[in-house]
Ligand binder design. Structure first.
Ligand code: PLP
Length: 360
């Protein structure tokens, strides 16, 4: 059986280093906001090319605290793609803000910059872009619009660690870049973890305060904050795994290039363009008989996933919160299939999947 994802095998090469790191943290006697978090914050900022990175408890918290830090008013609008994981939209709703969904480009699956302007109103305060599947959005027209209308830009980078647009890494384009280190992400911890990149020292200080009950100095609370801290144990693991992130991305890109060059033309493949360095958090193909294809692969011992089976605007949780029809997003959700492409797969696994797909 070829698993879709095998987290134990994926992490096995790092087991010895994880154990040493855990032992160091255990012996340090300092378990919250200590030297591991400070070290990883510096290292991850340096990796992304931003001046700051603030570690938080999750990617969703990153998105939510980024919005919170701007002090928007209830009912203010945030533009967000209709084709995303629901967490992106939850962060907007958690802040009492209104998500305004914009359809994706059917080739890149990312927000279509051409459709944003018509959704901007007097209440629009921010654009939250999502670098879906590990491809950075087409940022030039988005940043131009944000500049023109004085909108904040938040990048959801949960699937895009190390992905680039015109040589610049995700997390470097907006006011904030929100990262998740959920175990399956390209840089995955052994539990929940996340954080925000920014090039603005004041915003970084604001997030450090918000993550720690709204306090800069112990027992002095300036704002009503949260508890959303990246923990020392996970930060230690992330520091050592970060050294291998480029290897992980290179490996995924090598597997992607096999799919891209060898799959028959029945399948709609991800868009490839020289301006974009994609890191393939997910490698998806599209096919009108997606469910049948998924069953066929499973019968032949290949597990796949669907990212995602139900579009956000069709989720029960979003009833009354999202209005409008989103046919492009719906089309993607109905036809997309994610193929095995993790650090624990090798070329033979992928060649086997390709062979099966070419005989479907
Ligand atoms: C994983 C993910 C999130 C949420 O991150 P968590 O760390 O699980 O909170 C947000 N947005 C996208 C696009 C994601 O893939």
């Amino acid at each position: 059986m070829i698993e879709y994802e095998d987290l134990k095998n994926l992490n096995r090469p790092f087991f010895a280093e994880f154990e040493a790191s855990f032992h160091d943290t255990l012996e340090s006697g300092w378990y919250i906001l200590g030297k591991n978090v400070a070290k990883f914050e510096q290292e991850f900022a340096a990796y992304c090319g931003t001046s700051h990175f603030v570690g938080l408890a999750s990617g969703l918290d990153g998105l939510a605290l980024a919005l919170r830090s701007f002090g928007f008013s209830p009912g203010d609008e945030v533009i967000v793609p209709s084709n995303t994981y629901i967490a992106t939209i939850l962060s907007i709703i958690q802040n009492g803000l209104v998500p305004i969904l914009v359809e994706p480009d059917i080739h890149t699956y990312n927000i279509d910059p051409k459709l944003i302007a018509e959704k901007i109103t007097k209440r629009t305060k921010a654009i939250m872009v999502v670098h879906l599947y590990g491809k950075v959005c087409d940022m030039d027209p988005i940043l131009a619009l944000a500049d023109q209308h004085q909108l904040k830009v938040i990048e959801d980078c949960a699937q895009a660690h190390g992905a680039m647009f015109k040589g610049k890494k995700a997390g470097n384009f907006g006011n904030f870049g929100a990262f998740s280190f959920y175990p399956t992400k390209n840089l995955g911890a052994l539990g929940d973890a996340g954080g925000l990149t920014t090039n603005d020292a004041e915003l970084a200080a604001q997030i450090k305060m918000l993550r720690n009950y709204g306090s800069k100095e112990k027992y002095i609370n300036e704002v009503a904050g949260y508890n959303s801290r990246l923990d020392e144990v996970q930060a230690g693991f992330l520091s050592l795994k970060l050294k291998y992130l480029d290897d992980i991305n290179t490996h995924k890109r090598k597997l992607a290039s096999l799919y891209l060059s060898l799959l028959k033309s029945d399948y709609i493949l991800p868009d490839v363009h020289p301006d974009f360095y994609d890191v393939y958090h997910i490698f998806n193909i599209r096919h009108p008989r997606r469910d049948e294809l998924k069953r066929y692969l499973l019968e032949n011992e290949v597990k796949t996933e669907i990212h995602y089976p139900i579009a956000p605007h069709k989720q029960q949780a979003m009833k009354g919160l999202i209005s409008g029809e989103f046919p492009i997003s719906t089309e993607i959700h109905e036809t997309t299939l994610s193929l095995p492409i993790s650090f624990s797969h090798d070329e033979n696994d992928v060649l086997k999947v390709i062979d099966l797909l070419n005989r479907f």
